[in-house]
Design a protein around this ligand. Structure first.
Ligand code: NAP
Length: 320
């Protein structure tokens, strides 16, 4: 089978398309014919060797795939050959024609969700769901600001927050991203490249502030976020690419808090909750993964360059 292999940590050029043996499922494992794989920013940090998790070399990147069960190992009960599934982590990597996964890592793909969309479920929607429900403990009567609403996690967060009944504000940095954020659930959108946009956000809340801020770039925005919070407001740090200085007094007067998360640190109970919530939303149509760009598997290096460039508009997926 064809798979992307990384033999040394480095730039996007270390992603090589190679021919490798197709794995076979052992007991409790599932072999999935991957039709599409989602590209996430953390795939690039891992490839660079700068992420908290460093896989042993060589390895195949990718946690988010969607496809059809090809074979199952002994004792597998959850799925059978021919089932449509998405993966939430795999054992052998999703940037490949086939991926081996534990039975618990494969999940049914609702009929109305195609494979390209299925490749955009786990990390984006799992993170957004975890941030809103488990970390922020958000309520329908509250206002959410999705700070970075045009990318994978942001679009998922807009759809989930809107389905929860919240008032939803979103930011993006291009006209296309702003239009997409509006279409996918934001009641109002703001250009995070425009000087003074934070004041416009505050005005949109009637100067009360947002109850929940989902932050995709904390190193740039956290100091300002603390000034955009309502009383008892919560910033949830989802993404950060550097250090930042904040004034804790902004939090004290508001009795506000900063929370933070990584998806791989969730508990088994939270994971079960997330998959149940996502399946229901995908099935009833409130959650609709948006594919912004499709590239062939061989173009994984290009995908890794583009995912870090400004101007997000949905998910980048590799067709395997
Ligand atoms: P993505 O698809 O590449 O989207 C990036 C988003 O950040 C876009 O909406 C982009 O908007 C926005 N952005 C750029 N500059 C910004 C600014 N100054 N202020 C606010 N937003 C800005 O990435 P993603 O998959 O959504 O992930 C977003 C971040 O969360 C990444 O850093 C990723 O590593 C992290 N993440 C963390 C976890 C976790 O477990 N903690 C899980 C998933 C993702 P424009 O392009 O329109 O400017």
């Amino acid at each position: 089978m064809k798979a992307i292999r990384v033999h040394q940590f480095g730039g996007p050029e270390v992603l090589k398309l190679e021919e490798v043996a197709t794995p076979r499922p052992s007991a409790g494992e599932v072999l999935v014919r991957i039709h599409a794989a989602g590209v996430n920013p953390y795939d690039t940090y891992m490839r660079a060797g700068t992420y908290a998790i460093k896989p042993p070399l060589p390895y195949t990147p990718g946690s988010d795939g969607a496809g059809v069960v090809e074979a199952v190992g002994e004792g597998v009960k959850k799925v059978t050959r021919g089932d449509r599934v998405y993966t939430a982590q795999t054992l052998t990597g999703a940037y490949a024609e086939y991926a081996l996964a534990r039975e618990q890592q494969v999940h049914p793909l609702p009929a109305k969700i195609d494979f390209k969309q299925g490749a955009g479920i786990w990390v984006p929607y799992g993170t957004a769901y975890h941030a809103l429900y488990h970390s922020a403990k958000a309520h329908a009567s509250e206002t959410a600001l999705v700070h970075g609403a045009s990318g994978g996690v942001g679009i998922a967060a807009l759809q989930i927050a809107r389905a929860m009944g919240m008032k939803v504000l979103g930011t993006a940095g291009t006209p296309k991203g702003l239009e997409m954020a509006k279409r996918e659930g934001a009641h109002q959108v703001f250009d995070h490249r425009k000087a003074g946009y934070q004041e416009e956000i505050l005005q949109a809340t009637g100067n009360r502030g947002a109850d929940v801020i989902l932050e995709m770039l904390a190193n740039v925005n956290l100091a300002h976020d603390t000034k955009l919070l309502a009383n008892n407001g919560r910033v949830v740090v989802i993404g950060s690419r550097g250090e930042v200085t904040i004034n804790p007094r902004e939090l004290m007067s508001r009795r506000a808090s900063i929370r933070a998360l990584v998806l791989w640190a969730i508990t088994p109970a939270e994971e079960a909750d997330i998959h149940a919530g996502l399946f229901a939303g995908l099935e009833n149509g409130t959650l609709r993964p948006i594919v912004g760009k499709e590239l062939p598997l061989a173009d994984a290096a290009r995908a890794h360059k583009e995912i870090l460039e400004p101007g997000a508009a949905g998910k980048i997926v590799l067709i395997c």
